[in-house]
Design a protein around this ligand. Structure first.
Ligand SMILES: NC(=O)C1=CN([C@@H]2O[C@H](COP(=O)(O)OP(=O)(O)OC[C@H]3O[C@@H](n4cnc5c(N)ncnc54)[C@H](OP(=O)(O)O)[C@@H]3O)[C@@H](O)[C@H]2O)C=CC1
Ligand SMILES: CC[C@](O)(C(C)=O)C(=O)O
Ligand SMILES: [Mg+2]
Ligand SMILES: [Mg+2]
Length: 342
């Protein structure tokens, strides 16, 4: 059974009198900085020269310094720039200014796992990885809840790295939901696999193929959009509430039967073999090398793929249709956990 952490397992006082420098103010950066500040932690945001995020962070009441100065002042340095930027950022701005005995904190283990960052022996290296997008991390915190986190310690130079990591996890609101103990290797490999094979890559390709199949057969794109993209959220919400079983409990018997007989025709065993190949490329570093090599060359492959995705016909249809949205979500409380609700 996984080792779990909740609010009572962490002491925010561990961060009292310490300065936390959050480097980057994007998806995760803004959420961590604001949540920590609202939890009473002394936060400074570190941004590069000419940063477009500086005004936003200052408007939201945060102190902003150039990266090097923020690092030099900090006891905990949180690296929340994009993964592909972290290697150079660390070498040029963070390493030369890092206090002896400081803690380096990540939200994803990519640069440590694949060796792009090698920190000195005297620093603690920890991870607090929210299992959700940064904007949700902030939204949930403001609503009095939290996004679950997974927590790891790679290097415990001080002997207190776990205390720091758990205090931080509490400060960003993650322990309101719960934390799970992991390692940098497990987080990095599972996170990359999840986003590539299922959450982002798998789901996007599935939706696009579904949309193409319906529109190429002559159905209206707006109807196809609702069927294969919009309703996906509603179906996934049911899965989050009560697993795949609750989704099957809520849909019609016709849909449930179609799920059983047609799901495996679409996602057949060859898909699992493909997933294993994706996982192997993650584990052996081939994906990381391909990503970083492309980024080092200015991202030609990344940019071309992004352009292709953005111009898919489902995006055009979706932009118009989303203006029609106007409802709130209801949770069905009749569901009985563990019995598929019947
Ligand atoms: N996105 C997410 O929800 C999740 C992300 N993570 C992890 O969190 C980390 C941050 O990801 P994410 O929040 O998506 O990052 P973003 O792409 O949102 O980060 C943008 C921020 O990083 C700054 N930045 C970009 N390039 C540089 C650079 N070369 N030097 C200095 N600052 C730079 C930007 O500065 P400027 O304002 O000047 O443009 C901006 O403030 C990653 O490790 C990621 O894997 C983990 C869980 C979920
Ligand atoms: C699913 C994508 C993610 O891993 C995340 C939001 O957790 C990311 O890297 O953004
Ligand atoms: Mg993730
Ligand atoms: Mg990720």
């Amino acid at each position: 059974m996984a080792e779990m952490f909740y609010e009572d397992d962490a002491d925010l006082a561990v961060l009292a009198g310490k300065k936390v420098a959050v480097i980057g103010y994007g998806s995760q950066g803004h959420a961590h900085a604001l949540n920590l500040r609202d939890s009473g932690v002394d936060v400074v945001v570190g941004l590069r020269e000419g940063s477009s995020s500086k005004a936003k962070a200052e408007d939201q009441g945060l102190a902003v310094l150039p990266v090097g100065e923020a690092v030099a002042a900090a006891d905990v340095v949180v690296i929340l720039a994009p993964d592909q930027a972290q290697r150079d950022l660390y070498a040029n701005e963070i390493a030369p200014n890092l206090k002896d005995g400081a803690t380096l904190l990540f939200a994803h283990g990519f640069n440590i796992r694949f060796g792009y960052i090698e920190a000195p022996e005297g620093v603690d290296i920890v991870m607090v990885a929210p299992k959700g997008p940064g904007h949700t991390v902030r939204r949930e915190y403001e609503a009095g809840r939290g996004v679950p986190v997974i927590v790891a310690v790679e290097q415990d130079a001080s002997g207190k790295a776990w205390d720091t990591a758990l205090a931080y996890a509490k400060g960003v609101g993650g322990l309101r939901a719960g934390g799970i103990k992991t390692t940098f290797t497990e987080e990095t490999e599972t996170d990359l696999f999840g986003e590539q094979a299922v959450l982002c890559g798998g789901a996007s390709q599935l939706v696009q193929y579904g949309f193409e199949t319906l529109t190429e057969a002559g159905y209206q794109p707006e109807i196809a959009y609702f069927e294969v993209l919009h309703e996906l959220k509603l179906i996934v919400d049911l899965m989050i509430e009560g697993g795949i079983a609750k989704q099957r409990w809520s849909v019609s018997d016709t849909a449930e039967y179609g799920d059983y007989v047609s799901g495996p025709r679409v996602i057949d065993p060859s898909v699992k073999e493909n997933m294993k190949a994706v996982l192997a490329d993650i584990q052996n570093g081939a994906f990381a090398k391909r990503f970083i090599d492309d980024q080092d060359a200015g991202g030609p492959e990344f940019k071309a793929l992004r352009e292709k995705g953005e111009t898919h016909p489902i995006e055009v249809t979706g932009r118009d249709l989303r203006k029609m949205y106007a409802w709130t979500q209801d949770v069905d409380n009749d569901y009985v956990e563990g019995s598929a609700g019947r």
